[in-house]
Design a protein around this ligand. Structure first.
Ligand SMILES: Cc1cc2nc3c(=O)[nH]c(=O)nc-3n(C[C@H](O)[C@H](O)[C@H](O)COP(=O)(O)OP(=O)(O)OC[C@H]3O[C@@H](n4cnc5c(N)ncnc54)[C@H](O)[C@@H]3O)c2cc1C
Length: 395
């Protein structure tokens, strides 16, 4: 089976940034992408909130991200990931062209927006149809726009859009919103917002850019035209996680839960970008996540190698495992080091705080502890309270 150090799934802003950081840390990096490198920004018309670039088209930015990553020579592979399985602590990535074993994996597969499926929606995406108010709202200064949806996102984004648009019409298929009371109150008291109830989008039309939305009243069947320059669709979005099949902890429909190091619940699997359970889904936050995930993955790989070489490969070794953030434990480690300095057999000192996953995996409960390994397995262990108990264990 093919074996790689770091495998990144998805070449959007998160994955490409992770590739840059991964390669600069000296790792062997493979990026698997089923579409065009650049991710969602490929379908973004204009971007004005990537720091340092006042204005760029999505395609330009995607191209510069890809070229930047390519400069460090990761391997790009055009492939779709179908599954990830954890076999005896090994991470196996299943792709259309075979399985790959990775030391660490970064999942950066982004999201897909739920579409209405109305005629004109795909054709006008990036030309008036948008799925992101923060991204595209500013392009509709003093213009009239429609917001489609009735949940929290739709109602809150409608209020956000009133900063730019001269009028925002919310179109909802029911006769009441499914949003929080406060969000509804804010929208209903905003003089720039109007609501059209019980209506769905029949089609979106225009010449080059959106000019109108054709609506159908679901109760009366009446068809009306709503002249607008922009249509913001908030029918929801889903993370691209079906291939994970529950391998990592997620919330509310699959958003991957991570800590601040982008570690998921599965050891050696990291997540970055829009696919995570997070507050703001934008290019800049995706890139930040990618950088963090790659650095954490690099630290994880070196820890694994270090642990392998000092604990598991030698015929016999004894280790003192303690928590470096616990002062008495750190002091005891220093005292034991002094006590054993002149001895013939070498004692290994390992920080159980920064290697806590390894400590858990080995089934080591309380720290500090002295552990004796024989041929990679624990042969003897004891929780150590003072210098005397350490002396006894080592004698
Ligand atoms: C219309 C639109 C306008 C936007 N405008 C802005 C803006 O102005 N400013 C801004 O900051 N943000 C904007 N965004 C949001 C921004 O594009 C995203 O936040 C950002 O792209 C997220 O990056 P990512 O790397 O997490 O995911 P993505 O960009 O979604 O990349 C994920 C990649 O993973 C790949 N992938 C998914 N599943 C698999 C699989 N199983 N195997 C292999 N590959 C897979 C996908 O093909 C994709 O290339 C906009 C988004 C849209 C849709």
């Amino acid at each position: 089976m093919e074996k790689r150090e770091l495998v990144i799934i998805g070449a959007g802003p998160a994955g490409l940034t992770a590739a840059i950081y991964g390669k600069r840390s000296g790792l062997d990096v493979l990026i698997l992408e089923r579409g065009i490198p650049g991710g969602q920004i490929n379908v973004t018309d204009e971007i004005e909130n990537w720091t340092g670039v006042i204005h760029a088209s999505g395609a330009e930015l995607a191209d510069s991200f890809r070229r930047h990553a390519e400069h460090f020579k990761p391997e790009f592979r055009d492939d779709e990931v179908k599954g990830i399985s954890l076999r005896d602590g090994r991470k196996i990535i299943e792709t259309g062209s075979g399985d790959i074993e990775a030391e660490a994996v970064i999942v950066a597969t982004g999201v897909r927006f739920k579409k209405l499926g109305a005629p004109g929606e795909t054709e006008f995406t990036g030309r008036g149809v948008s799925y992101c108010a923060v991204c595209d709202g500013a392009f509709f200064e003093d213009q009239e726009v429609a917001v489609i949806g009735g949940g929290n996102t739709a109602v809150e984004e409608a209020v956000y859009l009133t900063q730019f648009a001269s009028k925002v019409t919310i179109v909802h298929r029911r006769d009441s919103f499914r949003a929080d009371r406060l969000a509804i109150e804010r929208a209903m008291t905003n003089p720039k917002i109007e609501v059209i109830w019980n209506s769905v989008v029949e089609n979106i039309a225009g010449e080059d850019m959106v000019e109108k939305v054709v609506l159908k009243n679901v109760r009366t069947g009446e068809i009306t035209d709503l002249p607008v320059s922009g249509v913001f669709i908030f029918a929801g979005m889903d993370p691209n996680v079906s291939f994970l099949k529950g391998a990592v902890k997620s919330v509310g429909g699959g958003w991957i839960v991570t800590n601040e190091r982008m570690e998921t619940s599965a050891e050696g699997i990291f997540a970055a970008g829009d696919v995570r359970d997070k507050y703001l889904r934008q290019v800049i936050t995706a890139a930040g996540d990618g950088a963090t995930a790659a650095m954490a993955a690099s630290a994880y790989i070196s820890e694994q190698l270090h642990i392998q070489s000092i604990l598991l490969e030698p015929e016999q070794v004894t280790a003192f495992i303690y928590s470096s953030i616990d002062e008495p434990q750190a002091r005891l480690a220093a005292d034991i080091e002094k006590m054993t300095a002149s001895g013939s057999s070498k004692l290994v000192f390992l920080d159980g705080y920064s290697n806590r996953r390894m400590v858990e995996k080995m089934g080591i409960g309380d720290l500090p502890a002295l552990i004796e390994f024989k041929k990679g397995s624990i042969s003897r262990s004891e929780v150590i309270s003072d210098l005397e108990s350490a002396r006894k264990f080592l004698s």
